[in-house]
Design a protein around this ligand. Sequence first.
Ligand code: HEC
Ligand code: HEC
Length: 407
Amino acid sequence: MKSAARGITATCLSMLVLSIAPFTMAETMREAVLRKAAIKNGLRPVENTWPQIASEKAAVGRLLFESKLLSLTRNVSCRSCHLDEFGSADGMPLARGAGGIGKGKERLKSQASILPRNTLPLWGRGGIGFNVFFWDGKVDARAGVVLSQFGNKAPSKDPLVVAIHLPPVVFREMIEENEKTEWLRQESLSVTNHIYLQITQRIRKVPKLSAPLAKAFGIKVEEIRFIHIAKAISAFIRSEFRLRETRFHRFVFKKGSLTKQELAGGLLFYGRGRCVHCHNGPYFSDFKFHVIPFTQLGFGFNGFGIDYGRYNFTQDPNDLYAFRTPPLYNVTKTAPYTHSGAIASLADTIRAHVDPLAKVDTSKLTAHDRIELYRKIARWMQELGNAVELSEEDIENLISFLKTLDF
Ligand code: HEC
Ligand code: HEC
């Protein structure tokens, strides 16, 4: 009896194993494919991207990041636009700078000047290998030297430190436009240096900022220069916004699990969806420039609703309308999307990549805007394979995968 019972149990078990085996095995194979694809396309454990953290400098860097003294007209700080509650961006389509009051949408009610671009988040900025900054890559250290508006007078060899030099000298961003500031508008190095000196002299006079800053650099308060301010802020950004392990990292490197939908989305991202063609490497960016025919919001960097993107910096016609591939960490928290914040939802942003006219009512555009869009589509068509057929379900799956990149 006993052995018969054992026999039956054994048969039942083997039947059970047989019936679930193809399913689990298939899942495991799909998991293995995704893990392999992620590593092959440059995903690394987050610790591999961590720069050295200088905590004393970072602590005073935080105070400077939050200080309105960094604005010549004393009415905006880095924090006004890079806010925790919006994934280190500001939740608005286009940034609102000097003269603005409050956070996020509250700023719309004030006299804030409007910038032509969407605020970029700061995650991973200044991590190892993160060396192209801004939507148009106007600070670019890929070639081993820092290319920027400073020409051969770059204030530092560290591209993040150079990038931090820009917001305080940009009109409307941190300098309010008025009669008194008008003369500073000429873009010359001597005007820029004048602004840095003004800000530095101010900071030296505030012991709460200058004492810890001088101490962190082992210098006297009167020796503080703008470079120390920028370096302290870079230490803060590197420490505060370093990448943290995501669910996707745990899946790839620690045998963590994903839901069926996340897995399907991941396989699309690395496979048929071709997202990884551009969104690759440890930051989900190739740090190159591509044209995605997104509609343009606002007056645009070049005026008249036009933003020529990378071209503004290189003057190379091949760079017209091209922008740096944005990294995708915490992307679910940084709506609205694109360089001009023109698209509110993640679904429509993904759709526009592969099917640019799907959500655009071209009859509502002006003839001028339609022509702009045709020009972008023509450029986009040059990258083979950019048009991919994605169903609504595919897009939902991709979004579910992108959520695994949050932390
Ligand atoms: C008025 C809002 C505003 C303020 C104030 C502001 N930023 Fe930004 N920040 C932006 C916008 C908009 C961009 C994208 C600009 C572009 O690429 O053309 C950006 C981009 C950046 C980037 C580049 C990120 C990347 O992905 O390449 C860094 C770094 C940065 N800001 C740091 C700072 C620091 C440091 C300060 C203070 C000194 C500051 N920002 C002040 C709106 C702001
Ligand atoms: C040909 C290169 C390329 C491919 C392929 C690509 N992207 Fe992008 N992606 C970009 C560039 C460049 C931008 C920014 C363009 C702009 O703002 O004008 C962008 C923007 C985005 C944004 C908005 C990010 C933000 O912060 O505003 C998301 C989300 C995104 N891509 C996801 C995807 C997904 C998902 C896929 C696959 C279906 C994909 N991308 C395929 C290059 C690419």
